[in-house]
Design a protein around this ligand. Sequence first.
Ligand code: IPE
Ligand code: IPE
Ligand code: MG
Length: 246
Amino acid sequence: MNNMQQEKLPRHLAIIMDGNGRWARERMLRRIVGHQKGVETVRGIVDECSRLGIGFLTLYAFSAENWLRPKTEVKALMTLLKKYIKAETPRMMNDNVRFNIIGNRDDLPADVNRAIDEAIARTTGNSGMVLTLALSYGARQEIVRAARLLSADLAAGRVTDGEIGEGLFAGYLYTAGIPEPDFLIRTSGEMRISNFLLWQLAYTELYFSEVNWPDFTVPELHKALRDYQARERRFGRTSDQLQKRS
Ligand code: IPE
Ligand code: IPE
Ligand code: MG
């Protein structure tokens, strides 16, 4: 197989796939060529995560703020997304991958939504890795939406004041039912969260790679995962406390 130690792999890996544009620019290519190359990287990384037995892989593909990009780039990205989803569904079936989306689907073009619905419906019975694409996703928007849904349930008497806690609130997020990410990778050297999973990342281990997303190969993934495996997650406790428990 390879030199990846199977124990202590993250159950949920989240990735901010950044640097497609710079990858293209460095090669005097159009930004969209960088996005196309980025899709190839997605294929390789999804395959490898599924093969390694990672339970949940969440990829930040298009942020709520990315709608502010030039119309031509947004359009090209939407076309690319639709193509990716359609082309990858057979592979997801083959790898037992379940497809999922988080984000504001109301803003997505109808044809993209149709492709999403189809992929979700076809893969819904799969029991392997859950592949979640964050599309038109913003964490603040997600939290406000959750507050709105919760207040509607309160007003209707479906929930009482006393029941409100972290667990209940998390159930109103797009990620309901998905464990919090154990490990977050961001590529291209940027060290920021860019409105990704703000609630869910509270205790996630962070990793920043200098490599642009189109160049983020399987060996780069393994390097990141080995880094994760060497970390001690303390969740507020002391190191001694953790040693005693294990
Ligand atoms: C990430 O690459 C892909 C998306 C945000 C859709 P970018 O397009 O952000 O690439 P850079 O950051 O401009 O290099
Ligand atoms: C974050 O990348 C969103 C995605 C990777 C989809 P951006 O390139 O949009 O992030 P900022 O705006 O530079 O922080
Ligand atoms: Mg970027």
